[in-house]
Design a protein around this ligand. Structure first.
Ligand SMILES: [Ca+2]
Ligand SMILES: [Ca+2]
Ligand SMILES: [Zn+2]
Length: 500
């Protein structure tokens, strides 16, 4: 299907709906209610129905009786909720085969939008096809192929012409290079049939180089006002390694947050008036009169940007600092005592989630859950074993800091939240509790929910309640495959670190 201008697409809508996509049952299509996106996708709207009949109506309208529609997420909105469903054939997802239901506050279906494939082919997935698909994708994007997942691919669902029929393919992710991206590789001949960059248009990055100048007040080193850009989105690489590494890690952090539909640049970016717009901004290679290089990194809420000393700009440290910006927007956890320790912990958690998923060459088993590896500081914290760095893993247990230094030990007592994150993702035995880990994909969803359920004054008991309740909600909704059994494990992890 060709791209239309919005006006032309409206006129063509009814024809396209039946002739090309063919997913709508006429009984539910009212031409007055056909919505068309700017890319010309046609979406049928279904009038409100009682909830018990809703799924039947959707299945019928989209003619998906022979395939499965599975609910993958439910998001509460001001006006009700949004239920996202994914089409499956033989337990394999159909790329782009998704239906979005809008439900009212009392749970009634108000609309169903989306596209599904009409049929799969008889073709099967070849043995060992993943490896060949990875090879093909790394000829499209530079970097390391980090995953290859089976998908059914129907070209008409990706705005391409042809018959609505799905064939076996692999969705391959290539990361670690500046041009990270994803490819759909056809299984029958290993041809990449669709490619897209993981650095989407929304991403805007500007990195400035202080070039080891002594600047004691960070706000005198603002990127775009006091110091000009050394590297900006779409521009050439810098000759300074720290500039390029921060630039790349900004992109990796945007990618991590895009997994939870959070546009980092839009949410925490800033325009410093240099004509480069709202961007994730950072100044690297700062020196202080107390030392050069400055051996720290910082998110400045007042400047909405990051500051780094030379050599501390690793992936996890960058993700850590940017997450302070996110926390400042969502839970707004106060940076002292227990709420400050949880604030610090969320930064370590999302920083390490980014580190673990960005495909960098140092993603070894030994570095898993270490914070700061590869930096001039070395490993400063261990999330899997906080005690090894003299931090507590147990609430008010060994190494718990009860003094007033460091805002009440925020960089020490964060060990409890860090240990909890480690247990929820990887599992393990701690304080006589044996926890089965949920894996990273669920971990990212779960901890994002936690970020959204905490308040400025949350303490560790609140964190225990939030993570249990957040998990229950995810399991009830079936989001990202969460089950009540998963929540039993989360409950054990909460008990293990003694916050519930
Ligand atoms: Ca990494
Ligand atoms: Ca790390
Ligand atoms: Zn921090």
């Amino acid at each position: 299907m060709k791209k239309h201008s919005l006006l032309k697409a409206v006129a063509a809508a009814a024809v396209v709906a039946t002739a090309v996509l063919g997913y709508q049952s006429p009984e539910f299509v009212n031409t007055d209610q056909v919505a068309v996106t700017s890319t010309g996708d046609v979406r049928g709207l279904i009038p409100a129905q009682p909830i018990e009949a809703d799924q039947d109506k959707v299945t019928k309208a989209f003619k998906t009786q022979e395939t499965d529609l599975r609910t993958v997420s439910t998001t509460e909105m001001a006006d009700g909720s949004v239920v996202r469903q994914q089409q499956f054939i033989d337990d394999v997802p159909v790329f782009g085969g998704e239906i979005i239901q809008q439900r009212t506050k009392d749970g009634k279906l108000s609309s169903a939008l989306g596209k599904v494939t009409k049929a799969g082919t008889d073709a099967t997935f070849p043995a060992g096809g993943e490896e060949k698909a990875k090879e093909a994708a790394t000829k499209v994007f530079l970097g390391k192929a980090t995953s290859a997942d089976k998908v059914w691919f129907d070209p008409t669902l990706a705005d391409k012409a042809g018959e609505s029929k799905a064939f076996p393919a692999y969705r391959v992710k290539v990361e670690g290079g500046d041009d990270s991206g994803e490819s759909i590789v056809r299984a029958s001949d290993n041809t990449p049939v669709l490619n897209w960059s993981l650095h989407n248009d929304a991403l805007n990055r500007v990195v400035c180089d202080a070039n080891k100048k002594v600047i004691d007040s960070n706000s005198q080193a603002r990127c775009g006002t006091n110091i000009a850009a050394s590297r900006a989105e779409g521009g050439a690489a810098s000759g300074v390694a720290d500039v390029n590494s921060v630039f790349g890690f900004f992109g990796d952090t945007q990618t991590l947050y895009s997994k939870i539909n959070y546009d980092l640049t839009a949410q925490i970016g800033v325009d410093h008036g240099d004509g480069k717009g709202k961007a994730l901004r950072g100044t690297v290679r700062l020196c202080k009169s107390t030392g050069c290089p400055w051996t720290n990194a910082q998110w400045s809420p007042s400047d909405s940007q990051m500051y780094f000393g030379e050599g501390v700009s690793t992936d996890d440290v960058t993700g850590h600092e940017l997450t302070h910006g996110v926390t400042g927007k969502i839970s707004k956890l106060v940076y002292s005592n227990e709420s400050g320790a949880i604030n610090e912990s969320l930064s370590d958690i999302f920083g390490e989630f980014m580190d673990l998923t960005n495909g960098s060459s140092d993603d070894t088993a030994a570095n898993r859950w270490a914070i700061g590896e590869g930096s001039s500081l070395g490993v400063i914290r261990s999330m899997s074993n906080p005690e090894s760095k003299k931090h507590p893993g147990t609430y008010k247990g060994t190494n718990w800091y009860a003094g007033t230094g460091d805002n009440g030990g925020v960089h020490t007592n964060s060990g409890v939240g860090n240990k909890l994150a480690f247990l929820t993702v990887d599992g393990g035995t701690y304080n006589s509790q044996t926890v089965k880990g949920l894996g990273l994909d669920k971990g990212i969803q779960l901890w994002w929910k936690v970020q959204n359920l905490l308040t400025a004054s949350s303490n560790y008991a609140d964190l225990g309640r939030a993570i249990n309740s957040g998990c229950t909600s995810l399991a009830t909704a079936g989001t990202a495959g969460f089950t009540t059994a998963d929540c039993t494990e989360v409950g054990k992890a909460v008990k293990a670190v003694k916050i519930g």
